[in-house]
Design a protein around this ligand. Sequence first.
Ligand SMILES: Cc1ncc(COP(=O)(O)O)c(C=O)c1O
Length: 347
Amino acid sequence: MSHYQKPPELYDGLRLHQNENTGGCSPKVLAALGALRPDQIGFYPPYAAATEAVAHYLGVAQEQVTLANGLDEGIMALAVAYLRASIGGPQLEAIVPEPAFEIFRFDTAVAGGKLVQVVPRAGFALPLVEGLAAVTPRTRVVFLTNPNNPTGVGMPLDAIRTIARRVPAGAVVFVDEAYAEFAGESFIPELEAFANVIVGRTFSKAFGLAGLRIGCLVGAPDTMYPIRQAIPVYSVNIAAVAAVQAALGDLDYLRRYLAEVAESKQLLYAACDRLGLTYFPSRSNFVLVCAGDRIDALVKGAFDRGVYLRDRSTEPGCAGCLRIATGVVEHTRRAVAVMEEVLCAAR
Ligand SMILES: Cc1ncc(COP(=O)(O)O)c(C=O)c1O
């Protein structure tokens, strides 16, 4: 198993390669951070108020929410809790419909689980039939992302229901909703009826808090119990605790960003049409663009001009594809101008 290759630390240009909010966080978050007192930083952080704010935003009870140091930590804890085999027991299996958020593969390996990859379908619709065929008595996790990363393609909520009904007792279906704000759709209202589904959310993307590291898992307390055991007791720091409450207190800021994302996607689609690039209509804040044999020239040319795009061509089903964040409109305009310059120069 190869190890996760962290993207290089590029902070001197336009970062469109990690699906972040390049406009940053709400000014109310900065004010809340500035208002932190020395004693708050001196003490281990309290979580009740932040958990309450998150639960209110998501429309669930506090007991259903577990905060984590980024959703990444929640996913690792879930993998450890559900995929670690008992001594002498069989290797437990994680099903991953591809292409997928690559962290699922790495966390499965860290937990000692067996990765069961399901090959992509044309157009990246969820391979439901193939996914169900991959279920065995040893399945313990099905990793889904809605809308998906790196494709931006959504999946029908009914497919999630079907999978949740078909996995064995003791297994969980994980629905990663890192980009749910952009799609305006969530499985969370269904959780009452599906105790074996855990939803993951993050404040890194729509809320622009990636640098502070805060996300959460949402689900039935009993299903969550072993995951909570795998999360260090004080893993979310006081800055993130203050920031998430301030961010949730400024939903106008979120709405403005969502409007920019919608406009940016249209700009990028139009540019792709002009440049003869195909793309997958996205429900997220990024777009997967297929540049075919022009991918290297495009990614490198943009890099040389200080615009960072993510080459996804080695991901299953993604040959020739790159991923571009579509957030702040001004940033998208810059990216489009650079793409046009690079591809015209390469002609
Ligand atoms: C699908 C998906 N899940 C989780 C994460 C990680 O979120 P966080 O920044 O909260 O760790 C990302 C970040 O790119 C993602 O794309």
